[in-house]
Design a protein around this ligand. Structure first.
Ligand code: FES
Length: 121
């Protein structure tokens, strides 16, 4: 996993999302104050850009603009339907005046949804 500088912190509007290409991934990056978060840009319900959605700074969630599912910026897990699967989460850091994001997710949409109990093999 490599961290990539994507922009200056001041290039990100507070409480809003922006789309960046990091390695082979398209990532929605959100700034809340001096914190930054990065999740996969594609909604897990349909092919819609999460960076076009609204940020809830209090709950640290990004809502899909099409049907309103709200995804945690920390876990990628949606808290509201219709989406049921998480989106990938990337490491995002502020280093000095710059923002860095990992080119590999820490959690991926293919990972089991932690809310779903699975049968043991
Ligand atoms: S396309 Fe995102 S919730 Fe439906």
């Amino acid at each position: 996993m490599t961290m990539h500088r994507i922009c200056a912190l001041n290039d990100l509007a507070d409480g809003a999302a922006a789309k960046f290409e990091v390695g082979k991934h398209i990532v929605a990056v959100v700034r809340i104050g001096d914190q930054v978060y990065a999740i996969g840009n594609r909604c897990s319900h349909a092919d819609v850009a999460l960076a076009d959605g609204d940020v809830d700074c209090d709950t640290k969630q990004l809502s899909c603009i099409r049907h309103g599912s709200a995804f945690s910026l920390e876990t990628g897990v949606p808290s509201t339907l219709p989406a049921t699967q998480p989106v990938p989460v990337f490491v995002a850091e502020v280093r000095g005046a710059d923002v860095f994001v990992s080119d590999q997710p820490t959690m991926h949409a293919a990972s089991p949804d932690p809310r779903v109990k699975r049968a043991q093999p």
